[in-house]
Design a protein around this ligand. Structure first.
Ligand code: GLU
Length: 512
């Protein structure tokens, strides 16, 4: 794999270990888009031998959903995206919950005030409102007129010390362009901005860093934390692209080196609509509860924007940890549910072949679902049946429910068969015996196998060498056996069906 530089300072695989982070706000649950963000960050850290951090950005307490934080942890753990530093596991740069880092944000906001890169703004909400309304009516862009920028430092400190309500604003004369490793060089058009600043209606972005309630804004906390936590690469959704020039301005004001940024494209459905709750950007528990394997979902999420150059697109997490790079597509990414089902079948087959804990978990889940349905035939070893069926029919596995629907004839105590009808009229067995009797006879002979040899190999051999049978007869025989044993349901091949059902069950099924 050639390492193509994507910008002068970013390689497809960075030379140094990357420190990355996933920084969700507990204002919602993990969904496909945010899982992808977490995964890309995780993979970059693993690929480069770095660390993946989890940080909870809970500065907006009003929007915090009770229990969302715990759900984020359990969803990430379910997906096997374990974090090296963060809540629960700790780490050298904690605490990893922003609400516990307020003093640090105050210190840095004050540093900026003292260095002249920020100022205290005492404008009342009423004044800002009037300003906004006037500008709106005049058709001018919104912003702040810097009324408070000239308040002498001593006076501002005194008013603040007396407890006068105020915010701290960044003095942002321009927002620098920056190199995004997904999008390329981007940012505000500085010429336009400069021209704009020369107009009489001067207006500035001067974003708020500390709010009047003393809490930091997302921008301040995010920049301070990424710096203190030594984050080298930030991969996040394009919705944050517009804020990044301001973040770079903040890094410059602090005289800190910004991390490298990569904004991953929007997820859209097959009609090009932004993914929403209505069209599959449903939260991760939906996939988990429908029986999607974590490896399927991770593989699916990885393919939403990462362009690998491998022949196969079926990857385990381990594979991706070894292969991941920063070749991420710029354009919107189409989410196709078909791909997920394809991957689910492929991962089922992989985990059956590996026969490890992932397979045991799957067996457990399907067994539980089967037992939950009831009406199972007496003395059926459910778990063993599920294990064998996954081995022989795993290539058709989508969800436990669908798999059980497909294979329910193996479990049910009441096989519902309509009378057998021959599929062909041209049986050539060269014997006056009525064909159905012949089928029953051969079927019965096939059960004359000692218990010790009751396995796929024996049945395959026997079915292969039924004496004197024509192709047409054999075809009818398979049809008959499937009717007799499974009421005609689809499923694995005949030798496998016979093995899974067992000698007794196969034997007693040959009745019309
Ligand atoms: N807290 C932001 C979010 O919820 C994080 C954005 C970022 O990664 O910088 O998406």
């Amino acid at each position: 794999m050639g390492l193509l530089p994507i910008s002068s300072n970013t390689k497809l695989v960075p030379d140094e270990p990357a420190r990355t982070r996933f920084a969700p706000s507990p204002t919602g649950y993990l969904h496909l888009g945010s899982l992808r963000t977490a995964l890309f960050n995780y993979l970059l850290a693993k690929r480069t031998g770095g660390q993946f951090l989890l940080r909870i950005e809970d500065t907006d307490q009003k929007r915090t959903i009770p229990g969302a934080e715990e759900r984020l942890y359990s969803d990430l753990q379910w997906a096997a995206l374990e974090w090296d530093e963060g809540p629960i596991v700790g780490g050298p740069y904690g605490p990893y919950r922003q609400s516990e880092r307020t003093a640090l944000y105050h210190k840095h906001a004050n540093d900026l005030v003292h260095s002249g890169h920020a100022y205290r703004c005492f404008c009342s909400a009423g004044r800002l409102d009037t300003l906004a309304r006037q500008r709106n009516q005049a058709g001018l862009p919104l912003g702040y007129d810097r009324q408070c920028v000239d308040i002498p430092a001593e006076e501002a400190e005194e008013r603040a010390a007396k407890g006068e309500i105020h915010v701290v604003r960044l003095k942002a004369d321009e927002y620098p362009k920056f190199k995004d490793f997904v999008i390329g060089t981007t940012g505000q058009n500085q010429d336009g901005q400069k021209k704009f600043l020369k107009t009489i209606n001067r207006i500035y972005d001067d974003p708020i860093l500390l709010k009047s309630d003393g809490n930091p804004t997302y921008h301040l906390a995010n920049v301070v934390d990424d710096h203190h936590m030594k984050i080298t690469h930030v991969i996040r959704g394009t919705e944050w692209l517009a804020s990044t020039p301001m973040h770079v301005a903040l890094y410059n004001a602090f005289d800190w080196t910004p991390p490298q940024f990569g904004h991953v494209p929007l997820l859209v459905d097959l009609n090009g609509q932004k993914l929403s709750k209505r069209n599959s950007n449903i939260d991760i528990s939906f996939y988990r509860d429908s029986g999607i394997l974590p490896s399927t979902l991770l593989n699916y999420a990885a393919l939403l924007g990462w362009s690998h150059n491998q022949k196969s697109e079926v990857f385990s997490l381990k594979d991706m940890e070894e292969l991941f790079n920063l070749k991420i597509t710029k354009g919107n990414t189409i989410v196709s549910p078909e791909k997920m089902w394809f991957l689910q079948k492929a991962h089922t087959k992989r985990c059956v072949a590996e026969n490890g804990p992932e397979f045991q978990k799957l067996v457990g889940d399907v067994t539980e679902a089967a037992e939950g349905r009831g009406n199972i035939r007496a003395n059926l070893p459910v778990k063993e049946t599920v294990t064998s069926l996954l081995r022989y029919d795993g290539g058709h596995f989508t969800t436990p429910a669908q798999f059980l629907d497909r294979n329910w004839s193996f479990f049910t105590s009441s096989l519902d068969r309509t009378p057998y009808t021959l599929t062909q009229s041209d049986l050539e067995i060269g014997d006056p015996t009525p064909p159905l009797v012949a089928l029953q006879t051969v079927a019965t002979i096939l059960t004359l196998v000692p218990e010790s040899h009751w396995n796929v190999e024996t049945h395959r051999t026997n079915l292969d060498c039924i004496p004197y049978a024509s192709k047409a007869f054999k075809k009818e025989l398979y049809h008959y056996l499937r009717w007799a044993l499974l009421a005609g349901a689809p499923g694995p091949g005949m030798p496998q069906i016979m093995e899974v059902l067992g000698r007794d069950e196969t034997d007693c099924e040959y009745v019309q």
